[in-house]
Design a binder for this molecule. Sequence first.
Ligand SMILES: Cc1cc2nc3c(=O)[nH]c(=O)nc-3n(C[C@H](O)[C@H](O)[C@H](O)COP(=O)(O)OP(=O)(O)OC[C@H]3O[C@@H](n4cnc5c(N)ncnc54)[C@H](O)[C@@H]3O)c2cc1C
Length: 261
Amino acid sequence: MKIVVCLKQVPDTTEIKIDPVKGTLIREGVPSIINPDDKAGLEAALTMKDKHGAEVIVLSMGPMQAEEALREALAMGADRAILLSDFKFAGADTLATSTALSYALKQLDYDFVITGRQAIDGDTAQVGPELAEFLDLPQITYAAGIDYKGDGVFHVTRKVEDRSYVLKVKAPFVMTVLSDMNKPRYMSVPGIIEAYREKKIDLWTADTIKADPARLGLKGSPTKVKESFAKALKQPGQLYEVDPQEATKIILDKLLEKFVL
Ligand SMILES: Cc1cc2nc3c(=O)[nH]c(=O)nc-3n(C[C@H](O)[C@H](O)[C@H](O)COP(=O)(O)OP(=O)(O)OC[C@H]3O[C@@H](n4cnc5c(N)ncnc54)[C@H](O)[C@@H]3O)c2cc1C
């Protein structure tokens, strides 16, 4: 079995700042992590490897700094890491990102591809479904579990709000996973040593994936950021330590003051 996990390195914060001129994310000076959904996807792939034997390949598009995330994945147990890095990929929106990733996937053999449901910085949840479309593969989104009994059929649990569905799917397929599907393992000490001393990361460029440069990076991105602004913070509430009668009067006065009553 071969599993490819698409893994994005994201800033370790939910307070994303946007360059007001370029409309792109500012990543400088912010510590980075593996996107939480993707880490859960990697754990799902590694569990499959533990149970059934599998080759787990991690694939990321990003600047050279994304190597750190890939090394962490290798130290957790991934077998191979590929970094797509080239100035031709810069400024990509979701369409150009999934185009590049799909060209890379066309160079690989796999039974299924895992992506996170959503990246915590870009937050669009578009890349997984776009990949499935470009690769012309069935997709299962919002996956919360995967089971395999060795008969060529994968049982994927899909969780949507208060419902769960178990879908049966044959390889190849794409699934997008939720971060709460499992608890990712820690890197092991031998894993860290191997990942940093022995394993190498394959560096792929636009030429390696034989992609049409017009469909990559800023050139291949139809999305244009028209405006970006910071959301105004809500005023903190006021705290009163009074008896219930006094509290009722204060609430009524406030509601009258705001013309709610
Ligand atoms: C006009 C425009 C310009 C942009 N320019 C830049 C830029 O210059 N630099 C920049 O960093 N970002 C840029 N972005 C943001 C970038 O497009 C998105 O971060 C990217 O397309 C992925 O979208 P997302 O983060 O919403 O991922 P989602 O669709 O929410 O991600 C879902 C899953 O897809 C997979 N995935 C997503 N991205 C990657 C990746 N790169 N590698 C591997 N797997 C991945 C992961 O498994 C992830 O969990 C730009 C966006 C726009 C609209």
